[in-house]
Design a protein around this ligand. Sequence first.
Ligand SMILES: Cc1cc2nc3c(=O)[nH]c(=O)nc-3n(C[C@H](O)[C@H](O)[C@H](O)COP(=O)(O)OP(=O)(O)OC[C@H]3O[C@@H](n4cnc5c(N)ncnc54)[C@H](O)[C@@H]3O)c2cc1C
Length: 444
Amino acid sequence: MNDFLTIIGAGLAGSEAAWQAAERGVPVVLYEMRSVKRTAAHKTDNCAELVCSNSLGNNLPHSAPFILKEELRSFNSIIISSADTHSVPAGSALAVDRELFSREITEKISNHPLITLKREEVVSIPSPGPVIIATGPLTSPKLSEDISQMIGQEYLYFYDALSPIVDANTIDYDKAFFASRYGKGEADYLNCPMNEKQYYDFIRELNNAEKVPLASFEKPVYFEGCMPIEVLAERGPKTLSFGPLKPVGLTDPRTGKTPYAVVQLRKENKESSAYNLVGFQTKLTYPEQKRIIRMIPGLEEVEIFRFGAIHRNTFINTPSLLSNELELKINPGTYFAGQITGVEGYVESASMGLLASLSATAKISGKDYVPPPRDTALGALINYLTASGTKNFQPMNINFGLFWVREMKIRDKKVRNQNISKNALQQLQNWRHEIKDCIGSAAY
Ligand SMILES: Cc1cc2nc3c(=O)[nH]c(=O)nc-3n(C[C@H](O)[C@H](O)[C@H](O)COP(=O)(O)OP(=O)(O)OC[C@H]3O[C@@H](n4cnc5c(N)ncnc54)[C@H](O)[C@@H]3O)c2cc1C
């Protein structure tokens, strides 16, 4: 085992990981291929380039993305402190001047006495470790091949097809009913019934809704099983009612009849605080998703935890492969961080950079490390990544449905979220205190 840390990829996760380790006195060799080899989305050679939107998401107190940012702020995150410094007005979001943001990070990383930034493509996982693989959704093909050799081809994915996830507390249970098809097994599905008029109104609006244009490198190679709903709707007005919205085997207890069509929702977590819309992967714009989903009976007031998406994305089956320290179970000393672990979003990616860095730093100093508790935002993400089912594992952004919550019965959403937020920040402080001896003290 080396007494320095190797990190591959100087994106959001890799830059954060390098900064955190170096600030704790651990020497870092950070590899970044841009300037030698481009990705299909990045435009500059800067570290932590934002490939698309310049927004790092909601910054409103008591929102889940805000809690995550606050937790990163408490670790003096290079990503969040640079974002705060170079923020531009954007309502409740933390948006940045992307050029100043990533230029500052590049300068800090390049000038840090303990970080050596090497501009080259890594084509095989370096050994010995510790090494953090933070090469993101556009990991170069040669390294992808090496990763798949190490972990097994079936554990590495190149696309995600996400269905929207909604807040269980905002569903109208006077309209939606629990049942499984033909009454088989437990009544695990929540069903939103549509009559004929509601169904055809829904199809008309779906056909008219605004879609996200595909990036040039995102060829629409949909698998039949994860076809976007809007593409299915284009095939004919009845396609959805014979596909993901088929009502067969379901009887609405309020009418005693089979509805014309049914949108099924499946539990997203054990606490039943979140549900996903089965078969609803989509490339509609976010405002249009909200509008279309709120046309569904029972979901008129629903809050969306995660929007649907379909995009090019290299990620691994983390629940099968990584420990809750983000370390590869079959090859200790190899860590993964960022979007490749199955988180979704800039700040979530940086968060996994922080956590992988803390784990690897503890390993270098021979100390035991304890991951953050589940009622913090960082711990909620780690728990999602490492304790989810392995079968249909899909990327996820931070949302309240992931937090472990002591008191589930508070109906007032605002009060509930304030409680989760207050508790999360308190638990984070306790956890920082608990781990301070094993991760060393940073220069802050
Ligand atoms: C097209 C696209 C648009 C996105 N838009 C958004 C958005 O608007 N908002 C949002 O929150 N999230 C967005 N995401 C998701 C995600 O948040 C970003 O991709 C984020 O940059 C992920 O951070 P990361 O550190 O994991 O990867 P990256 O930031 O991509 O960093 C990975 C780095 O590794 C380097 N690299 C790759 N292979 C090698 C190699 N073999 N050797 C050396 N270096 C290598 C790359 O050049 C890159 O710099 C988008 C993703 C994609 C693909």
